[in-house]
Design a protein around this ligand. Structure first.
Ligand SMILES: [Zn+2]
Length: 93
């Protein structure tokens, strides 16, 4: 009987670990992650300049400072694209 309990316990532990692993997605489409400290910051943009995603809804995974303002992006790729030509993206706003 003791063995069975131990086995069940291991299965529960294992399934918990698996859940956490699936958390790292490059271009996140899941709803905002409140555990992410980046989502607690205030940004000067609400929409990701590159992919037009609503970062207030889906969260931020990368940020950049540009001319004293803080901008959030859903992914590093979007930030890099913005930094290639920030003036163009800001003019579109
Ligand atoms: Zn993006």
């Amino acid at each position: 009987m003791k063995k069975l309990i131990l086995m069940l316990f291991t299965i529960v532990l294992f399934s918990c670990n698996k859940k956490e692993e699936t958390h790292s997605v490059e271009h996140s489409t899941s709803l905002i992650d409140t555990k992410n400290p980046l989502n607690k910051l205030k940004y000067d943009n609400k929409i990701d300049f590159y992919c037009k995603m609503d970062i207030t809804k889906y969260g931020v995974s990368d940020t950049t400072h540009y001319k004293g303002k803080l901008y959030g992006f859903c992914a590093k790729m979007c930030k890099d694209e913005f930094l290639k030509n920030p003036e163009m993206y800001l003019a579109k706003k």
